[in-house]
Design a protein around this ligand. Structure first.
Ligand code: NAP
Length: 329
């Protein structure tokens, strides 16, 4: 008997091997554009599919999108964050929401540390200084930055990535404070990180690294009040999600010298336009959401997202599902 394959949509030509794996099990439509699919076009594609493999950075699966997809049974995110999905609404429709934790943890922690070091040691300014032919020899005041070894790092959200950042900090001889919703004894003994209130962490840290998920509770978690608690010499690093930090409070804190610098992989909104006021700040370093962007990690994310999608559509348990309650009969 001929069994009809599920119909799916891939919102990018994701790296190998994901697309090939999906094509083995599903009738597959791939968005081949160099830019994200337009929202109206995305909504019309959704009318006719059983599953989607999307980027959590470019496709919003909110109530409107889910309502546009009467047959949808699986949203497979290419990424670990799932703030792009209305999970309670998807769950009410018995749609499986899947993500790719683990495979990008170390890579994103590397990126956080790269940003921390770049901001502390003023690497981007140094590169521009040389390229613009302003280098007139050594002098004792040239591009003096902040000491990393021996400094205190505060980690906001000791999840998988936060813990991997803490391990790296230990290798750099840093003291580590962390704030999470509850103490984490196992991670403490592995990394030497010390549990703290958010207030004490902000007051005591030379570097503050945001690795918490974006949720209704963490949106705007770092605002004017929190910047005022931080040391004037402190540097903020954000590799989680832009809206966790209030953007106008961030601008003021950097502009007025409430803190000394920031390094962001994620912004609010994304992408930032070239005319954005944040880009006028000399003490702000921004890269375009490339936390997991290495060849090996992107390939592992692709494979995991594809396996999650095909499992959910073929009646098997996905490797990583955010709302496992939809699997119950
Ligand atoms: P994870 O292991 O699930 O950790 C999630 C963290 O968020 C935990 O610390 C958790 O708190 C916290 N959290 C979740 N819900 C919360 C709430 N309602 N209130 C307060 N805290 C809450 O995830 P992960 O793999 O470490 O990833 C963390 C985040 O990094 C992702 O959600 C994603 O947004 C971001 N990310 C960014 C990139 C990038 O390219 N820049 C790459 C990967 C991930 P507890 O510690 O209290 O459990």
């Amino acid at each position: 008997m001929h069994v009809k394959k599920p119909k799916v949509f891939l919102s990018w030509r994701f790296p190998d091997p994901g697309p090939q794996l999906v094509m083995e099990h599903c009738e597959t439509q791939v968005w081949e554009g160099q830019a994200p699919i337009e929202r109206t076009q995305f909504l019309s594609v959704l009318a006719d599919v059983d599953g989607v493999l999307v980027s959590n950075a470019t496709e919003q699966l909110d109530r409107e999108a889910i309502d546009a997809a009467p047959r949808l049974r699986c949203i497979s995110n290419f990424g670990v964050g799932y703030d792009n999905v209305d999970v309670p609404y998807a769950t009410s429709r018995r749609i499986a929401v899947c993500n790719t934790p683990g495979v990008l943890t170390e890579t994103t922690a590397d990126h956080a540390f790269a940003l921390l070091l770049a901001a502390a040691r003023r690497i981007p300014e140094g590169i521009i200084h040389v390229k613009e032919d302003r280098w007139r020899g050594w002098n004792p005041w040239l591009l003096v930055g902040r000491e990393v070894n021996g400094a205190t790092l505060g980690i906001v959200g000791l999840g998988a990535i936060g813990t991997a950042v803490a391990r790296r900090a230990r290798g750099f001889g840093m003291s580590v404070l962390y704030w999470s919703r509850a103490p984490k004894p196992h991670e403490e003994s592995e990394t030497g990180a010390v549990y703290s209130s958010l207030q004490f962490l902000l007051q005591s840290s030379d570097f503050v690294c945001i690795t918490v998920a974006l949720t209704p509770e963490t949106r705007g978690l770092i605002g004017a009040r929190e910047f005022a608690l931080m040391k004037p010499a402190a540097i903020l690093v954000n590799v989680a999600r832009g809206p966790i930090v209030d953007r106008s409070a961030l601008y003021d804190a950097l502009h007025d010298g409430t803190i000394s610098g920031a390094a962001l992989d994620v912004t609010d909104p994304e992408p930032l336009r070239g005319t954005d006021l944040l880009l006028t700040l000399p003490n702000l370093l921004i890269v375009p959401h490339t936390g997991s962007a290495t060849d090996r990690t992107r390939s592992r994310m692709s494979e995991l997202a594809a396996r999650n999608l095909t499992a959910a559509l073929c009646g098997e348990r996905p490797l990583h599902i955010v709302n496992p309650e939809v699997l119950q009969n």
